[in-house]
Design a protein around this ligand. Structure first.
Ligand code: TYD
Length: 133
């Protein structure tokens, strides 16, 4: 459920020269097979609008901010990501929408699998059926 989608703090190493945040083994509960990032997103754009059958993702606002709306078929919650050392874990079977991107924002995504269109559920009615089976 969406309760299992949590904000995870990324350990950081800070000194007067700046900060390093490290997503290493044991920070997130999956091994990363793919890294991608969203940028140049218009403030009125909506991204996502789908769920995944098996994919785990970890989203970080490397710069700027954006909102993530999560739905598990029963409940909905909105999470604002706006810190480079706090990420959102999204488990499989969760419908997500990303919106309200600030100008210059960058969304880093660590994913547990390579890109597979077959893993997507892009139709909300199909998502609800997937959740109730
Ligand atoms: P999609 O995952 O629907 O975007 P978002 O959830 O960020 O709104 O992907 C948009 C398009 O890009 C879609 O045609 C699939 C393609 N794509 C890839 O080819 N490889 C990838 O790793 C990703 C994330 C998307």
């Amino acid at each position: 459920s969406i309760e299992d989608c949590e904000i995870i703090e990324v350990p950081k190493i800070k000194d007067p020269r700046g900060t390093i945040a490290v997503v290493e083994k044991d920070v997130i509960p999956f091994e990363t097979k793919r890294v991608y990032y969203l940028y140049d997103v218009p403030s009125d754009a909506s991204r996502g609008g789908h769920a995944h059958k098996k994919l785990y993702q970890f989203l970080i606002a490397l710069s700027g901010s954006f909102d993530v709306i999560l739905q598990d078929g029963k409940e909905q919650k909105k999470i604002t990501l706006n810190k480079p050392n706090k990420g959102l874990l999204i488990k499989p079977g969760i419908w997500r929408e990303l919106e309200n991107f600030s100008s210059g924002s960058v969304c880093l995504v660590l994913a547990s699998e390579v890109y597979k269109e077959e893993d997507y559920i892009r139709n909300f009615e199909e998502f609800k059926l997937f959740k109730t089976r």
